[in-house]
Design a protein around this ligand. Sequence first.
Ligand SMILES: *Cc1c(COP(=O)(O)O)cnc(C)c1O
Ligand code: SF4
Length: 340
Amino acid sequence: MLSTQSTSQNWQQQLARAFTDITELCQFLNLNPKDLPVSQQASEKFSLRVPRSYANRIKKNDPKDPLLLQILPISHELLSDIHYNNDPVGDLNAIAGRGIIHKYHGRALLINTGSCAINCRYCFRKEFPYAEQHLRRDAQSSALDYLQKHPSISEIILSGGDPLILNDARLKQLFSALKKIKHLKRIRIHSRVPIVLPERITPELISLLNQTDKKIIIVLHCNHPNEIDHSVQTITKQFIQNEYTVLNQSVLLRNINNSVETLAQLSETLFEANIQPYYLHLLDKVTGTQHFNVPKEEAIRLVNALRNILPGYLVPQLVQEQPGKPAKTVINLQSTPESE
Ligand SMILES: *Cc1c(COP(=O)(O)O)cnc(C)c1O
Ligand code: SF4
């Protein structure tokens, strides 16, 4: 059981004890790094980072484990391709001020930190200039001014990096600042933390979130049913009990979740954990992620097959981010490769 006193200590210790060394992780998983395409150089560009609680969900002795493939730095990441670049979603053109991205109607996104609890190899923000753009404490007031001056913004999206690795003091300060912006109706938290570091969801955090008068929406990021274990279910149950809306977005990833069975199981497992499937994203084409790509035609076939076996509410929307568009692009499931 979680004890109120020690929990906040615990998650920070857990974060500090995350695996950052390839050899150590391989040892833990009974794998020989020599049998794998691991790359120290890839890890120097974007470091390995895996909390223990997530590592515990990776099968031992299995170099093809779908959770392992999401976090292991490999040599393929060093390849480049003319169709891949460092800002495929056009975020740099939508920066409205330091730490704030205002791209879509009614919603603005705050980048609160550049860090995450885990480093996902396919990350679309891998190359984002966080050092310049994330919302340092001192720049927060200008971002809040921006929100105050734009009454059309009714929803603020806390993103990152991962906003839930901010400590309670930072979050508390942010939430009380947001409270002053009367036209804000919703606070949406985009986070992978409840999945990869469930220890972080402490009773203190929940009561801090509950101090807001806005609706809370939590958009999780889970790509494979094996990522959801009992500890995650316990957390999402608390979210529901506190009347948060809990959604999930996934990225369609080669050799990880690009099969009808896995995607169907993912939706079923999410729903059992009180999480509503929301988006299935086509990969954002960031340099060094080519090996994860699932072509659009294959994605369309997969989602159509899902629609044949699942209730409609368990089929996520297949989407893609395209620079300069007024919303994420929903992929037309009727389209054939010829008509594109
Ligand atoms: C994805 C995204 C949103 C939210 O889009 P929804 O379709 O409402 O989930 C908002 N701002 C930015 C910059 C985004 O990338
Ligand atoms: S948690 Fe999200 S933002 Fe962080 S590395 Fe993974 S995909 Fe990227």
